[in-house]
Design a protein around this ligand. Structure first.
Ligand code: GRF
Length: 208
C-alpha cells in the first residue's frame, strides 16, 4: 500500500481528483494518509475533513525563522510516514532537507508543458497569462519529481491541451485542469503505486 501525503495551499481540486480516483478504484494500492496546508482557510482542508483524511495546518508565518519552520514542517511530514508526497498547488518552497530525505518520492503538478512557462514566478494564473501572451496554440500540464530546482525534476507525465482563440487566463486554467491536471496527477500516483516508475540519469522510465 502506497501511503500518500498531499501538500496544498488552496482550493484543492487536484486533491479532490486524487480522492475520487482512490475512492473509485481507478488508483489502486493507495491510501491518502494526510493533507498538510500552509493556509488555514484552504478549501482543500475541508475536502480532507469531508473524506476522513487527517488535515494539518502549518505555516511559515507561525515561526520566528524559516529554519524553524522547515524543521517542524519536516517533522509533521515524517510523522505521517509517507511513501509519496504530492504537491498539489502547494505554494511554499520545499525545505532542502525534505528533498534530500524524500528523493524521487515527492511529485508536483505544474500547469504547463515543462520546460515552457515554468520556474520562478510561474505559478497559478501567471502561467496561463504568459502562455496566452506568447500566443502558444497548445498548453498543458506536467507531473514531475521534485529536485532542488524550481520545476526542474524528472518528468513523469505530460498532457497537451488546446488553446482556443479568445481564451482568458481563467478559461485556459480551467481547461488545463479539467483535461490535463485532474487526469495525469492521479495517473502518476497510480503508476508509482504499481511500482512502474523508475528514475535513471534524471529521466523517468515507465514499465509497461
Ligand atoms: C493547479 O493549477 C496546479 O497545477 C498548480 O496550482 C493549482 C492548484 O489548484 N500547481 P487546486 O488547489 O488543486 O485546485
Amino acid at each position: 500500500m502506497l501511503d500518500v501525503v498531499v501538500l496544498v495551499s488552496g482550493g484543492g481540486t487536484n486533491l479532490q481528483a486524487l480522492i475520487d480516483a482512490v475512492e473509485s478504484g481507478a488508483v489502486a494500492n493507495t491510501k491518502l494518509a494526510g493533507v498538510i496546508s500552509n493556509n488555514r482557510n484552504a478549501y482543500a482542508l475541508q475536502r480532507a475533513e469531508d473524506n476522513g483524511i487527517p488535515g494539518i495546518c502549518i505555516s511559515p508565518k507561525e515561526f520566528a525563522s524559516r529554519e524553524e519552520f522547515n524543521e517542524r514542517f519536516l517533522d509533521a511530514v515524517d510523522t505521517l510516514q509517507p511513501d509519496l508526497i504530492v504537491l498539489a498547488g502547494f505554494l511554499v518552497v520545499i525545505p532542502p532537507a525534505m528533498i534530500e530525505k524524500y528523493r524521487n518520492r515527492i511529485i508536483n503538478i505544474h500547469p504547463s508543458l515543462i520546460p515552457s512557462f515554468c520556474g520562478t514566478g510561474y505559478y497559478g494564473l501567471k502561467v496561463h497569462e504568459a502562455a496566452l501572451k506568447r500566443g502558444v496554440k497548445v498548453a498543458g500540464a506536467t507531473v514531475h519529481f521534485v529536485d532542488e530546482g524550481t520545476d526542474t525534476g524528472p518528468i513523469i507525465l505530460q498532457k497537451a491541451v488546446e488553446v482556443v482563440q479568445g481564451d482568458t487566463p481563467e478559461v485556459l486554467q480551467r481547461r488545463v485542469m479539467e483535461q490535463a491536471e485532474w487526469k495525469i496527477l492521479p495517473q502518476a500516483v497510480g503508476l508509482i503505486a504499481a511500482g512502474r516508475v523508475k528514475v535513471e540519469d534524471g529521466r523517468v522510465f515507465i514499465r509497461e
